[in-house]
Design a protein around this ligand. Structure first.
Ligand code: SAM
Length: 281
């Protein structure tokens, strides 16, 4: 193997890099929003990059998609109307639809090309797209949420790229105000909140912006995600005053398989390392 057989993402904020040994490049498209590349790797299946940032690998995406969906859905008393902003690879949508009580799951990604590439190179993530409860839209999530009916949603999942480019506006007070308005009083907002190891300030900032929008209770759940910078990622939940006790019996009795999420993993993720809990206090 030569150096050219390795694909790296350099993550400037952390002065770190993540690399995968690759067999060949499979595809590339420049959409009106971002550049999407697909590679075949030797050990991690297919790899998707968006604007040079690792998005999805066949091997480890389950960690992220399960933790972006099940903790929030088992924390909500009875989630029926769920919206995913972003999530164009469709993996989060698949997990949401595993919950039989969900009546409608809307996925609103700004870039149709992400989903078209996922359909070709990650078909397993798109297997639920035909579910009658699913609605796959291509629109700016900022505009969509602004126009959402007040008090209409149980859970909003923001499965976006990093806060740059089209996703920048998904991390500020204005967007969180739209989410606050669209969510019912017992609703839950959950957003991918980057690496607790090197982006703790961003998590603090996100929670502060959510607070300015009216949310008053927050929970950040770390989880492993090898293909993202530092390999340690997180999601942050926000509510309108309620706590984060989850339906543990329902989680234990779930009738669908997961590879990472479990009631014990959920409980464990709620115990933050001291340096994280102190920073987020
Ligand atoms: N797991 C990835 C991560 O944590 O970085 C995110 C995966 S998903 C592919 C990210 C998606 O966010 C992309 O498909 C991108 O098109 C979408 N996105 C970015 N900005 C958006 C916006 N304003 N509205 C809707 N979708 C957006």
């Amino acid at each position: 193997m030569t150096a050219s057989d390795w694909l790296h993402e350099n993550f400037d904020p952390a002065g770190s890099s993540i690399g995968f040994r690759i067999k060949r490049k499979l595809d590339e498209v420049q959409s009106p929003f971002q550049k999407i590349e697909i590679y075949a790797s030797t050990d991690w299946g297919n790899v998707m990059l968006i604007d040079g940032a690792m998005m999805v690998t066949t091997r480890d995406n389950f960690l992220y998609h399960e933790m972006m969906s099940h903790p929030a859905l088992f924390t909500h008393p009875d989630p029926k109307n769920v919206v995913i902003i972003g999530g164009g690879d469709c993996g989060t949508l698949r997990e949401v639809l595993r919950h039989p009580g969900v009546a409608k799951a809307v996925q609103c990604d700004i870039d149709e090309q992400v989903t078209r590439m996922a359909e070709k190179y990650f078909p397993e993530l798109c297997e639920s797209n035909g579910d009658p409860r699913a609605e796959v839209l291509f629109d700016d999530g900022i505009a969509w949420m602004k126009n959402a009916a007040p008090g209409s949603l149980d859970v909003v999942i923001v499965d976006s790229t990093d806060p740059v480019g089209p996703a920048e506006g998904l991390f500020n007070k204005a967007f969180f105000e739209s989410c606050f308005r669209a969510l019912k009083d017992d609703g839950i907002l959950v957003q991918q909140s980057e690496s607790p190891l090197v982006l703790l300030d961003l998590i603090k900032e996100m929670r502060a912006e959510m607070g300015k929008a009216g949310f008053t209770t927050f929970q950040t759940l770390p989880f492993p995600q090898p293909c993202y910078p530092t390999g340690w990622w997180s999601c942050t939940l926000a509510r309108k005053g309620q706590g984060f006790d989850f339906r543990e019996a329902d989680a234990r009795a779930k009738d669908f398989a997961t590879k990472y999420y479990s009631a014990d993993i959920h409980k464990g993720a709620q115990s933050l390392p001291p340096f994280v809990s102190e920073a987020l206090a």
